[in-house]
Ligand binder design. Structure first.
Ligand code: SF4
Ligand code: SF4
Length: 229
C-alpha cells in the first residue's frame, strides 16, 4: 500500500512518501536525460543558513565542510547551492512548447543516486523534504490539508529565523564568503527555539482513481520551482 507519513527528527521534517520512484508519466518527473527515474530530483539543493544550522546541530559539520570543497558548489553570502547536471545541448534542440521552463527536463540533482536520493534526509535542504508533486497531493485528497499547513508553518519558521540570523551576521559584518568558519561557529551558538511539529496521521494514498495532471507552474505548493528556474 502506498502511504504518506510524517517524520520529524532533530528539528528536521520529512514527508515520507513511498510512492516516490513510481511516477512514470508525471509531468514533474519527465526526464529527457540519461537518467530516466529521477522523479522530481531536478532541483539543485540550496542550503539556507537555517538548513546549515540544522545540519551542524546533528553533528555533521563534516558534510558542510565537504560542500565547500565541491567543484559544483556556489557559495553566496548567506547560502550554499550545489549545482547538478544540465544537458544544455539537448535542451537547445528541444522543440516542446510547454508554458514553463523546460530546463527541468534536462537536469538532475548532484545527490541523485541510482535508487533515488543519495543522502540522508537530515542532510537535505528543507524544500526537498517537504515537496510533493501535484499527483501525490491528489492521491492524498483532503487529508493532505494538514500536511500543507505543516509545510507552510515550517517554511515560515525557517524563513523567519533565517532572516534573524542574516541580520545578526550583517551587523557583525561577516558572511559565508568573508569567513565561513566564523559563520559556522556563530550558527552553532544561536539560541533558536525548535519548531513544534503537528502530529499528522499517516495517509493511505488513493492511487487507483483517475487523477488530473496539471501544469506544475500553477501549483502554488511548489515553492522550490520559483527558486530554481
Ligand atoms: S513527489 Fe511525485 S514526482 Fe516527485 S518523486 Fe515523488 S511521486 Fe515522483
Ligand atoms: S537532495 Fe536528494 S531529495 Fe533533494 S533534489 Fe537532490 S536527490 Fe532529490
Amino acid at each position: 500500500m502506498y502511504q504518506l507519513k510524517y517524520v520529524f527528527e532533530n528539528n528536521i521534517p520529512l514527508f515520507d512518501c513511498n510512492f516516490c520512484g513510481n511516477c512514470n508519466g508525471f509531468i514533474e518527473s519527465k526526464s529527457l536525460i540519461h537518467i530516466k527515474n529521477r522523479g522530481c530530483c531536478w532541483y539543485y539543493p540550496k542550503y539556507t543558513l537555517m538548513d546549515i544550522r540544522n545540519i551542524l546541530i546533528i553533528g555533521r559539520e563534516d558534510f558542510i565542510h565537504n560542500l565547500f570543497t565541491l567543484n559544483n558548489t556556489k557559495v553566496s553570502n548567506f547560502y550554499i547551492e550545489v549545482n547538478g547536471f544540465f544537458d544544455k545541448s539537448s535542451y537547445e534542440k528541444y522543440e516542446g512548447s510547454e508554458e514553463f521552463d523546460t530546463r527541468l527536463f534536462f537536469r538532475v540533482c548532484p545527490f541523485f543516486d541510482t535508487n533515488g536520493c543519495g543522502i540522508n534526509f537530515k542532510l537535505r535542504p528543507h524544500p526537498c523534504n517537504l515537496y510533493l508533486c501535484r499527483e501525490v497531493i491528489e492521491f492524498a485528497k483532503d487529508k493532505y490539508k494538514l500536511y500543507s499547513k505543516e509545510r507552510i508553518d515550517y517554511y515560515s519558521y525557517m524563513n523567519y529565523y533565517n532572516e534573524q540570523i542574516k541580520q545578526d551576521l550583517r551587523s557583525k559584518r561577516v558572511d559565508l564568503l568573508s569567513d565561513n568558519k566564523l559563520v559556522l561557529e556563530l550558527l552553532k551558538g544561536y539560541n533558536i527555539p525548535q519548531f513544534e511539529p503537528r502530529k499528522l496521521d499517516t495517509i493511505s494514498l488513493n492511487r487507483n482513481e483517475t487523477v488530473n495532471t496539471h501544469c506544475f507552474r500553477n501549483n502554488k505548493e511548489r515553492i522550490i520551482i520559483d527558486e530554481c528556474v
